[in-house]
Design a protein around this ligand. Structure first.
Ligand code: FAD
Length: 430
């Protein structure tokens, strides 16, 4: 008889809520990871650094578990089919996993729960990825917040760092004892290693302490770069939030934005492909493919936009200030559908998170909750003057900036600004 602990976006042994509970109450806990074909098949780039990252983390977990006489069972396929197979191979007592709030994950978990229920096996879900999950922070009428500030006030009033639990697993003896199992290789799933390096998961205390002063300047090493680790759970949000509350309120506020967008997506799964404010689906996007290609390649002739896109293409990262500028430029200056930009980011960002990416894009396009109003159009030149005064960031990413090879602006700022305002205005007046 075994119980299963199913790892997903919580790739760590330490302070892992679901793993803690599984080990506390059960014997023969078999750790499992599934490379989900439904997700992997959609990735066009077979040298995807995120898949490689997951593979590395699963291998590390495997090594740590083998020191305890156990190992992780790694499968490749569709989760429902895998659970059917496992229930034939083992007598399963229960399955434990941490909750995931994305629409695909919800749907998958419902199907798996149903399948298991038919065999009298229960799927136990735990909160691990968030401090307050959807439903825990509601307004006086019991509804979700559509605006960030009141949401964050309630969040902060409920957050007590002293009461945050550390789910340090103690009952390792309850692991299923097995010989070291072989882990499937990337190549066997059609993937290979990428050339992109992953930022460290050690939160730099100095960076976090100075965050409020440095976070807006893309040339500085002024943000944590922890995005990918939060995405895949290689660090614990509980530990990070406690640290943030000791070191820097502005940084903690960003972690609250993360939960705000996760909550918005959970209550409004339609935002994946629709504007949060339905009227904004009327905007007649120009969707010029050549202009889109110039934006993707960092060839718009606006240095701050191009530097950002080149940073993204080369490293899988882009600074938040620049994400806002390039997203605004695509949607307002070029009037290209925010979903095109969102999809491009989803392909490229190491820290890609559906909820934050969607929230960020809808904010920039003016279509979302708490959005930047449509008549406010970022001026890329003044953004650059403010946040990269000495051209340090720009020169780092655009080597030919001072030569003839660098293109002329793709569109005049004043003209584009007015065109955006007119287009939005007439679409919204319909
Ligand atoms: P830090 O500045 O050090 O912040 C720490 C953590 O707080 C981040 O890792 C992230 O988890 C969270 N956070 C910070 N800012 C935000 C924010 N505005 N919204 C939600 N969470 C935030 N963030 C993602 O994690 N994934 C995305 O796919 C993503 N896409 C974005 C797209 C656009 C158009 C915009 C404007 C923003 C997007 N963001 C996204 C938010 C933000 O840009 C990144 O979280 C941040 O730049 C990541 O760098 P960092 O880890 O150094 O963050």
């Amino acid at each position: 008889k075994v119980s299963i602990f199913w790892f997903r976006r919580d790739l760590r042994l330490d302070d892992n809520h679901g793993l803690f509970e599984a080990l506390k109450d059960n014997e023969n806990v078999l750790p499992l990871f599934i490379f989900d074909k439904n997700i992997l098949d959609k990735l066009e780039n077979k040298a995807d650094a995120r898949v490689e990252f997951i593979h590395d983390q699963v291998s590390k977990i495997h090594q740590e578990l083998s020191k305890k006489g156990s190992s992780i069972l790694v499968k490749y396929g569709e989760p429902e089919a895998i659970f059917t197979e496992l229930s034939n191979d083992f007598e399963i007592q229960s399955v434990h996993t941490n909750r995931d709030y994305e629409p695909y994950a919800n749907d998958r978990d419902e199907k798996v729960a149903k399948l298991l229920n038919k065999k009298d096996i229960q799927l136990h879900l735990y909160k691990d990825q968030m401090i307050f999950e959807p439903g825990e922070i509601l307004n006086g009428s019991g509804e979700f917040y559509k605006v960030f500030t009141p949401f964050s006030k309630v969040w902060l009033s409920k957050f007590d760092p002293e009461k945050i639990k550390d789910f340090k697993p103690m009952h390792w003896k309850n692991l299923f004892q097995s010989h070291s199992l072989e882990i499937i290789q990337l190549e066997e799933m059609g993937f290979k290693k990428s050339e992109i390096s992953i930022p460290s998961k050690t939160a730099n205390e100095e960076v976090i302490s100075n965050y409020h002063e440095t976070r807006d300047f893309p040339a500085k090493n002024g943000t944590s770069r922890l995005g990918i680790h939060l995405r895949f759970g290689t660090i614990s949000i509980r530990k990070l939030a406690v640290k943030a509350s000791e070191l820097n309120a502005t940084f903690l506020n960003e972690l609250i934005w993360r939960e705000f967008y996760m909550m918005i997506l959970a209550y409004n799964p339609q935002v994946v492909d629709k504007a949060f404010k339905p009227a904004y689906d009327q905007i007649p996007w120009r969707n010029d493919e050549e202009e889109f290609a110039a934006w993707c390649e960092g060839m718009t002739g606006y240095p701050i936009v191009d530097a950002g896109m080149r940073e993204l293409n080369e490293t899988g990262y882009m600074h938040n200030r620049v994400r806002m500028v390039v997203a605004s430029f695509l949607t307002k200056h070029l009037l290209i559908d925010w979903r095109w930009g969102e999809t491009y980011f989803a392909e490229k960002l190491l820290d890609y998170e559906l909820s934050s990416n969607n929230g960020g894009w809808q904010w920039a396009a003016g279509t979302g909750t708490d959005a930047q109003p449509y008549f406010r159009v970022f001026n890329p030149t003044s953004q650059q003057e403010k946040f990269d005064k000495n051209w340090k960031y720009i020169k780092k990413w655009i080597l030919e900036i001072n030569s003839d090879k660098y293109p002329k602006p793709i569109v005049d700022h004043k003209f584009a600004r007015q065109r955006a305002i007119n287009t939005y205005k007439s679409a919204l007046n319909q």
